[in-house]
Structures are given as C-alpha cells and as structure tokens.
Design a protein around this ligand. Structure first.
Ligand code: XMP
Length: 490
C-alpha cells in the first residue's frame, strides 16, 4: 500500500458501548465484592472513584463528601492558589479527631460576650485561654445559662469550670471517649508542654467520624484530598502540597507533550504528595511518564462536555486508550485512572476490566448537592450547571493552560468543551451508592471478589449496534425512572 493509503490500514479502537463483560462462573455475591483499589502508588481507596477537577464538580464540599464515602475529590484549579489551599485544608480538617482552629474564650470577657461568640461560631463550649495560650478553664452553655438570667456582665473567670480534663496529642478516639465517659464531659482540650492549647476533641466530632466507617483517610485519620495543578504551575503544586493534598493531578488535555512531561517531572521532585499525570491515551505516552509518575490518568476526549475530538480531530476511544496505557503501567506497577465518558456504573466497571485501577467522573456527580453551584428550574425540572474546563466560560474565569493555549485577552478562545445543564440529582451519597452497587454487580457476573482478581479474570465480548439496542431498555415506554438508568445517560 502507498504512503498515504497505508495509513488507512488502521487498528480499531473501542469504547464502552462496543464491549460487554463476558459472564463467568461465580461464587461472588455482589455485596461481598471488595472495591478497594490503589489510585496512586501510595494511596489506596475503599471506593476507587474520583470526582473530576472541574469548577462545576469539585470544591471542598464535594471533596469532603467523596472522601467520607471512600472515594476522592480532586479540587479544581480555576481558583487562586490561596483559595485552593483553603479548600484543601477544609477537606483535611473536616473529620480531624483533633480540631485545630478552636474557638476559645478569654477569662476577662463577659459571660454575655462569650455567649454571643459561641452562638455566632456555632459551638456550645470553649476552652478559656490566657494571653500566653495556657488553658485556664473551660466554659459551656450549661455553665453560662444561670448567668444569663442574673449576671451576664460577670466575667468568664467566674462562670467557667476550672478543673479541666485535658489530654495530649497522641490520644486516640477510643481513649478520648473513655475520658469523656469517666468524667461526664463532651470536650477535651489537647495541650502541649506548659499546658498550652493545641486543639480540642469533641464528642460530636468523634460520633460524626463513626458515621463514615468506610471513609478514605490518611494515616492520621484525616480525609484524603486531591488537587489539580496546571502542567507548569510549580507554585500551585507546592502550595497544594503544603496545604496537605495527598495527591496532585497534573491537569492537561495532552500530557504527552515534551514540555509537560519535563515540567511534571520537576513538580514531582518538589512535592511530598503523590503525583498523577494526565491525560494521555496511548502506549507511547505511558512510556514517557511511567518512570516518575505515581499514577497515570487516561482520557483524550471521552468526556460528556468535551468537544476535543470534534474540534481537533484527535482522540482515542476510551476502552482502547485505557487498555493501551494499562499494558505499560502494569509492568511498572503504576495505577491507572480512567477519566471521562462514564455514564453508567457498567461503564465504570468496564474501564476497570480494561486495566484501570480507578475511575474519574464529572457529569455523573455534577448534579448533586455537593457540587458547587445552585439548582435552577427550567420548565418545571431542576438542573445544575455543568461545563467543560475547556469551555469559553470556564477558560474566561480561570486559565487556558490545560489546553496549552496562551492567555490572551484580545483573542477569541478556541474552546474544546461546552457549557451545559445537568439534571439535579440530590445527595452524592445515593448517586455513589448506585455506582458502587452496579460495579459490585459487574464483579459478581465475572466471579471476582477483589479488584486485582477482577482485572485478571474479566474478559470482553464485542457488541454490534443491534446488541447495543438490545442492551438498553427497548420496545417499552418507561413509566417510572430508575435511580441508576436514564436512556440518554444524563
Ligand atoms: P465526564 O464524561 O465524566 O467527563 O463528564 C469528565 C472529564 O472530562 C474532561 N474534561 C474536558 N475534556 N474539554 C474536554 O475535551 C473540556 O472542556 C473538558 N472539561 C473536562 C476531564 O478529564 C474530566 O475529568
């Protein structure tokens, strides 16, 4: 064949709808299937699901909710560096056993002032601390109540409880509970040498942590946090790392670009956090990154709001992209994240069968309460905004580095994404429950009780377009919406 006609002897690339998992003999009940998987070399998640680093998907609220339910939220980067660091810190602090920014009272304040302060801060008690930071007592709503009737101008010193039960930094939740039980108290100030206040452990905090027994936590018990940084944003990467991010995601539409690879390597050398590099979609790109990346993220144009393939003519159908990258990554023991195009739980587990260790979703979560943005009503239906990070709106309010474009105010953008609305879905918890349940069900059909076993055992069959039609609900008029199935994927 000729120089150009030879180019048309092309390999086929497949995506989600082209394949199905081949059912196999099984002893695995779906509820028993364990989804625990690594998302990077050093971070494992009970639920290997990530929320996308997009300004209509992940800020602190989503990050906290994702981690509490075992997944990982990746804070987007259309934020000033300081703002982003604050979001990361909020996630890290959300379920911390020891609260660090404690609301405190001063002994010379009046009871009334402290009552108003506690009301304003939403707490029901405060350690009383001298100018030198030493804990002098503790005051609670119960101490204050009688004074509000007769002596509200009295000082805190008079109303406070002087005998404070305190503990040291290393205390565990169990030990704190025992202390509270023994002394019939609800708060234990944590002190360092010289009785100086370091933090506070509260009963409410401990009980709240218990509610999330499947949470993704670091070794200190804090929630795991992720953050996106631009390919050349060394400063942002360092700030996010210092704010406590466990995983940084080098966020680029085409990470197989020499300058991006070099810069990612430089960022990796500067930070403690694990570094995931993406997005890529080929074997060669994986080879360029495996020697230093702690994770690889795959997806060139599969996203629901992406127009990259249409605008640029470039892309790689997602199942093939994941498999190609995973071939290389597996040899180097580097986890792979499949990012974009996942509409159903079945797509998520197919991505894992194709070699991914975890999946990232945008549109699936954009309609939940935890995503930034308000609910709007159009023609009687509720929606939330969802837009591509390469859309005109997102590029205007952030930067366009992800698409390797120069910021130039005089020039019109060439977007690679659209701005859209997505149906409002209520709480993240129930969306995630459907996603996880569906993935476990897929593991049941293949007969694998763990993610590594599933990746080994899963096989695909190829589906024709007639087969695709057969897969969807067909020849009926759907009367009641299922919680996990809408024909158009929204
Ligand atoms: P889903 O399908 O889950 O995809 O909504 C989310 C992923 O899409 C990517 N993304 C974009 N891709 N133009 C693109 O080509 C865009 O404007 C854009 N914004 C986000 C991103 O990888 C995200 O995680």
């Amino acid at each position: 064949s000729g120089q150009f006609s030879g180019k048309l002897d092309v390999p086929e690339a497949l995506t989600f709808d082209d394949v199905l998992l081949r059912p196999k003999e099984s002893r695995v009940e779906p509820d028993d299937a364990d989804l625990t998987s690594r998302v990077t070399k050093h971070v494992e998640l009970p639920v290997p699901v990530l929320s996308a680093a997009m300004d209509t998907v992940t800020e602190a609220g989503m990050g906290i909710a994702m981690a509490r339910h075992g997944g990982l939220g990746v804070i987007h980067r259309n934020l000033d560096v300081d703002e982003m660091a604050a979001h990361i810190e909020r996630v890290k602090r959300a379920d911390e056993l020891i609260i660090r920014d404690v609301v405190t009272a001063k002994p010379e304040q009046t009871v009334r002032e402290v009552d108003e302060m506690m009301d304003h801060e939403g707490v029901n008690g405060a350690p009383v601390v001298g100018d030198d930071g030493v804990v002098l007592g503790i005051i609670s709503g119960t101490d204050i109540r009688p004074y509000l009737e007769v002596g509200e101008q009295d000082s805190v010193r008079e109303a406070m409880t002087e005998e404070v039960i305190t503990a040291e930094k290393g205390i565990t939740a169990r030990e704190a509970l025992e202390l509270m039980y023994e002394h019939k108290i609800e708060r234990v100030p944590i002190v360092g040498e010289d009785d100086r206040l370091i933090g506070l452990v509260t009963m409410q905090g401990i009980l709240q942590r218990r509610e999330y027994d499947n949470a993704a936590r670091d070794e200190d018990g804090r929630l795991i946090a992720g953050a996106a940084v631009g390919p050349f944003e060394v400063d942002r990467a360092v700030a996010a790392d210092e704010a406590g991010a466990d995983v940084l995601f080098i966020d680029c539409a085409h990470a197989h670009n020499r300058n991006v690879v070099d810069s990612a390597r430089e960022i990796k050398a500067e930070v403690d956090a694990d570094v995931v590099v993406g997005n890529i979609g080929t074997r060669e790109a994986a080879e360029a990154l495996v020697d230093f990346a702690d994770g690889l993220k795959v997806g060139i144009g599969p996203g629901s709001i992406c127009t990259t393939r249409i605008v640029s003519g470039a892309g790689m159908p997602q199942i093939s992209a994941v498999a190609q990258v995973a071939d290389v990554a597996a040899k180097h023991d580097v986890p792979v994240i499949a990012d974009g195009g996942i509409r159903y739980s079945g797509d998520a587990i197919k991505a894992i069968a194709a070699g991914a260790d975890a999946v990232m979703l945008g549109s699936y979560f954009a309609g939940t309460d935890e995503a930034p943005g308000r609910v709007v009503t159009m023609k009687g239906k509720k929606y939330k905004q969802y837009r591509g990070m390469g859309s005109v709106g997102a590029m205007q309010s952030g930067d366009s580095q992800r698409y390797l474009k120069e910021d130039d105010e005089d020039e019109e953008y060439v977007p690679e994404g659209v701005e859209a609305a997505t149906p409002y879905k209520g709480s993240l918890k129930s969306e995630l429950h459907q996603l996880v349940g569906g993935m476990q069900s897929g593991m049941g059909y293949v007969g694998a009780g763990t993610i590594p076993a599933f990746k080994e055992r899963a096989e695909f069959v190829r589906v024709s377009s007639a087969g695709q039609t057969e897969s969807h609900a067909h020849d009926v008029l759907i009367t009641d919406e299922a919680p996990n199935y809408k024909p158009d994927g929204s």
